[in-house]
Every structure is written in C-alpha cells, then in structure tokens.
Design a protein around this ligand. Structure first.
Ligand SMILES: C[S@@+](CC[C@H](N)C(=O)[O-])C[C@H]1O[C@@H](n2cnc3c(N)ncnc32)[C@H](O)[C@@H]1O
Length: 267
C-alpha cells in the first residue's frame, strides 16, 4: 500500500462514513483492505481503489463494512443501563403516561447488543404492556445489521451476563454454542441501515438516544453537526448517552451534563 493509496482510502472513508483515518491507523487499514484485495484477486491496493471508484455500486458497501470498527458488547458501560432503569424510564413513563408512547434510537448499533440491552432493560423495568414502544437501531455497516437482525450470538458473547439474564432473554441452541435473542426482546427493536452523515428519514421526537463509541471516529466539525441534529430529534428533557471517551464540551450547548457521559437536552 503506497502513501497515495492510503491517502485515497482515507479520503474515501471520510467522504462516505465521516471516519477519520489518521496515519496511526495505517496498519489497521492495511490489514482490512488487504482482505478485499485478496478476495477480489486484484494485483494491488491501487487496482482495488480504481475498482472501487469505478464500481461503487458493487464495492462501496464492502469497503464501508471493512472500514468500520464494530466493537460492542451486551450491557457495555453498564452504568448507562442502570441509570436508564433507575431514572430515565421512571421519568419517561410519568411524562408519557397519556400517550403511552416511547421512542428510542440506538445510533451506530453495530451487531445489536446495545439496542437489545436497552430492550432487556425495558423488560426488566416492566409495565409496558399496552404501550407503544419502538426502538430504532441503525448502523451504516450492512454486515453487522444482518447479525443484529438474526439475533444469534456465540456463547462467548454472552459470557459475563448474569445467568438469570441469559435464561430470561435468550434461547440456548441445542449444541450449547449459540444463543438467540427471544422474541419478547426483539419485538421492540427495528433495525435499519442509516448513514449518520446523510439525511434521516425519521421525524422523531425520541425520548432518548444512545450514540456511543461512534463519534469518536469523526472530526469535531462532523460531531458538532451530528449533536445539533440529535438535539433536534430529542424531546426537551430527553437523554443522550455517549461513549466513555466522548464528550460534548465545546461541541454543543444544547445539553446539560448529568455525568457519566449522560446528557440531557435543555434547549
Ligand atoms: C464501535 S461501534 C459502537 C457500537 C455500540 N454503539 C457500542 O457502543 O457498543 C461503532 C459503530 O458505528 C458505526 N458507524 C460508523 N460510522 C457511521 C456512520 N457514518 N453512520 C452510521 N453508523 C456508523 C459502525 O459501523 C459501528 O458499528
């Protein structure tokens, strides 16, 4: 991979995903794009990039799928789910008691572990029968969305969850190697492919949004635009959960900082 190849990859990633690929990501990029070069039997990275640019319909989604980092886990940053259970749901149930309607968005949901963790928290909280609860879960990467929709995970991916959580919300496969999300969890969750940089078809408003460990890959101007758009999508008083190494300082003044990377829309 030449310097020019890397620059082209970095430009394409920025243009199509918002992901900033600095020079420190060069080895990672090399490994990931090399998979596509081999798969397509091409002679070099330059040939691959020429192919990608002339055949975006065929290759762009594969390029995006290898560029994105999809690390996730069930109940990742568990304090968010505790706060959701203890504070947010109580508040939302009180505020929406007439409409009996709750709208939630998991933006950058990867393989579905985040939205399913939210859905499990709703079920643990209980009392939503007769309510209209919808959880939109979106990602740019079509491969992770396929896995999310299937709701099938290896046993190692649920390691560390309490046995009662596994028993209540997953079915064990007969060979013991896999588990599947139960329908009562999946019923709330609607997966859609959505590029956060493009226009959004939904009108909202959402009661709370999870967008965790996504904007860390974006530059500050992109983050500013995105958080402005999240503010527009949330009800006043609605909550925004972001990743452990992200913050809104100098990015948006439309939220108050509750602590623990939880924010609340104030205007
Ligand atoms: C590290 S994962 C975080 C998953 C989950 N939110 C969590 O914290 O466990 C980041 C996800 O953001 C998605 N992503 C990156 N750029 C995106 C974009 N422009 N639009 C939508 N999703 C994007 C990636 O595909 C990836 O699945």
């Amino acid at each position: 991979m030449t310097d020019n190849d890397f620059q082209r990859i970095s430009d394409l990633a920025g243009r199509y995903t918002g992901i900033v690929l600095g020079i420190q990501k060069r080895d990672m990029v090399y490994g990931r794009i090399a998979r596509r070069v081999r798969k397509l039997n091409l002679a070099s990275f330059t040939h691959y990039l020429d192919f990608l640019e002339t055949n975006p319909d065929q290759e762009l989604s594969n390029f995006i799928n290898v560029i994105t980092t999809n690390l996730t886990s069930f109940f990742r940053e568990n304090h968010h789910f505790e706060y959701l259970h203890k504070t947010v749901l109580k508040e939302v149930v009180r505020k929406n008691s007439e409409s009996k309607r709750i709208r939630i968005w998991s933006a950058g949901c990867s393989t579905g572990m985040e939205p399913y963790s939210i859905a499990m928290t709703l079920l643990k909280y209980g009392g939503f029968s007769g309510w209209d609860v919808k959880l939109l879960a979106t990602d740019l990467d079509s491969e992770v969305l396929d896995k999310a929709r299937a709701g099938v995970y290896s046993s190692s991916e649920v390691d560390g969850l309490e046995e009662s959580t596994i028993k209540n919300y997953f079915q064990r496969g007969s060979d013991g190697k896999e588990v599947k999300i139960k329908d009562k969890v999946g019923q709330f969750v609607h997966f859609k492919r959505l590029n956060l940089l493009e226009s959004w078809p939904m009108s909202g408003p959402f009661d709370f949004i999870f967008c965790r460990n996504v904007v860390i890959y974006f530059d500050k101007p992109t983050q500013k635009v995105l958080f402005e758009r999240y503010a527009e999508m949330l009800v006043v008083g609605g909550y925004l959960f972001i990743g452990h190494s992200e913050n809104l300082h100098g990015i948006s003044d439309r939220f108050e900082n509750i602590g623990n990377t939880i924010y609340r829309k104030i205007r």
